[in-house]
Design a protein. Structure first.
Ligand SMILES: Nc1ncnc2c1ncn2[C@@H]1O[C@H](COP(=O)(O)OP(=O)(O)OP(=O)(O)O)[C@@H](O)[C@H]1O
Length: 259
């Protein structure tokens, strides 16, 4: 039997902002059902890598393949079709605070719905059953008609996850999903993401600062340092020495020669 095709394949990918390199010569394949954590210090390139994987940005060099399509070669309509298969939970969540939860969850349909269907749904909510099911999956079905800004941070994170679930993508990307949560809420959200990925078979890719969750909740950990892959290893093989090297602080460069 042939091995499954990767969902994501990056071939010699670099990304620059102006002259500053954010990612350098990245080669990477991620397969269906994998749970992968990107770790590394601030500015290592984790968010930039996620933005390449969901097609919201293009590499400066190299090729990004998503679901067997080279995204640089896609027309906008085909690119949108590919992007619909990739659900992203952003650090800032991007929820509309003054709308009821159901409308924020239904935003997961927007790639599929016509303008009119979306407009009607704001008055007569559509696909209530699908939204309820997603909220059951994330543990807050009773919040369906609550205003989103009345929810706690952890509950809002759950709404953002429910929105991705109704989108029904093949892969879920989450950028620092627990950065603003307390330790107990962090544990709940990490458990939820892991369990959803296990139950649905969806690929899960998270950028994380919490190395302990990368080890305990993911099968594979990719360490990024200064835009390069320092290691790409099964979670069980990530050693203390690898982590230390990942976060090592470079001594400041000397200005000119001394003495
Ligand atoms: N839109 C942008 N314009 C200019 N520079 C950018 C942009 N996005 C990212 N960068 C730069 O690219 C580098 C990598 O940033 P990135 O946000 O990917 O890192 P990160 O590992 O996600 O960091 P953090 O953990 O703080 O979110 C940084 O030097 C950053 O300043």
């Amino acid at each position: 039997m042939n091995p499954p095709a990767p969902i994501f394949a990056l071939k010699n990918v670099s990304k620059k902002f102006g002259q500053i390199p954010s990612l350098v010569d990245i080669n990477l394949e991620i397969y269906p059902g994998e749970r992968v954590a990107f770790v590394g210090s601030s500015g290592a390139g984790k968010s930039t890598l996620l933005s390449l994987l969901n097609g919201s940005s293009q590499p400066s060099q190299g090729e990004v393949w998503i679901l067997d399509r080279n995204i640089a070669r896609l027309r906008p309509k085909s690119l949108r079709q590919v992007q619909r298969q990739i659900g992203t939970i952003y650090q800032q969540l991007h929820l509309v605070d003054n709308l009821r939860v159901i409308h924020n969850v239904n935003a997961g349909h927007l790639g599929r719905w016509s303008f009119w269907q979306a407009a009607v749904s704001l008055i007569y909510p559509q696909e209530v059953e699908t939204a309820t099911k997603a909220l059951i999956q994330v543990g807050i079905p009773e919040k369906l008609y609550d205003r989103t800004d009345r929810l706690s941070g952890g509950q809002q994170q759950r709404v953002a996850i429910a929105r991705v679930l109704v989108q029904d993508p093949v892969a879920i990307l989450a950028d620092e999903p627990i950065s603003s949560l307390d330790p107990e809420r962090s544990r709940e959200i990490m458990n939820l993401l892991r369990d959803l990925s296990e139950e649905t078979g969806k690929t899960l890719i998270c950028s994380l600062h919490a190395i302990e969750y990368a080890r305990s909740h993911f099968q594979r950990v990719i360490g990024l340092r200064q835009g390069r892959i320092l290691f790409d290893a099964p979670a069980g093989e990530v050693s203390a020495a690898m982590v230390e090297e990942l976060y090592r602080i470079e001594p400041p460069r000397r200005q000119g020669r001394q003495g």
